[in-house]
Structure formats: C-alpha cells, structure tokens
Design a protein around this ligand. Structure first.
Ligand code: FES
Length: 122
C-alpha cells in the first residue's frame, strides 16, 4: 500500500493505489488547500513532490494550464487533486506556501487557534 508523507509536518498515511495526494491529505488532516473541491480549477492544492514523482499519474494538459496560475512553480510541482498514486511507493510531499495559506483561509477556526497558540491577538 502506498504511503504519503507531508512535509514539513511529518504527517504520514497509508492509502490505496489510485488515491490522489489531495485525498490522502484529507484523510491525514494535512493542510493542503482545495478551494475548487478537487476539480482542477484553482491551483490551491499545489504541492512539491520530493519523492515518488514517477509513481504518479502524468499531468494532463488541463493540469498544466491550471499550474500556470500557481506561484513558485518548480519541476516537481503537481496539483494534489490530479496526482493519483499509481504504484506501491512512498510519496513525499511538501505543501506549497499558497496551498497552506488556502487551507487556512478555508479553515478560519484553525487559523484563529494557531494564532492563539502562538500568543498573537485574535
Ligand atoms: S483543488 Fe482546485 S485545482 Fe486541485
């Protein structure tokens, strides 16, 4: 069974072959944004695949078009919602800054809790 590790948090989860990185993040409660709900329309699920890139379904033309809207795109950038894991491997993912920001925008209660834990005024 493939394993997905989300960095820098170190969250890991085992998922069935065919699971997308976004689906894995949802199961693992990792902070990957998904403003469009996973239909390849927003780029908020942008992640960097540090290990296991070759085990993912290839990017479609649509994904590459959407990736053009993302910030700080690198050679290992993928949209989490479009990246199905096709092999039994370890996939290591770094959540992009824009994706984590989008996640916190989607979960304001978590943002407030994090600020409170850090001692900042709400
Ligand atoms: S969640 Fe919108 S493109 Fe992936």
């Amino acid at each position: 069974m493939p394993k997905v590790r989300f960095e820098p948090d170190g969250i890991e989860i085992d998922v069935p072959v065919g699971t997308s990185i976004l689906e894995a993040s949802n199961k693992a409660h990792a902070q990957v944004g998904s403003a469009c709900g996973g239909v390849c329309a927003c780029s908020t699920c942008h992640v960097y695949v540090k290990q296991g890139l070759d085990a993912l379904a290839p990017a479609s033309d649509r994904e590459e078009d959407i990736m053009d809207k993302a910030f700080d795109v690198k050679s290992n950038s993928r949209l989490g919602c479009q990246s199905k894991i096709l092999q039994d491997v370890v996939v290591v993912v770094e959540i992009s800054r824009e994706s984590r920001q989008a996640f916190l925008d989607e979960h304001p209660e978590l943002r407030a809790a994090l600020k409170q834990a850090a001692g900042a005024p709400r």
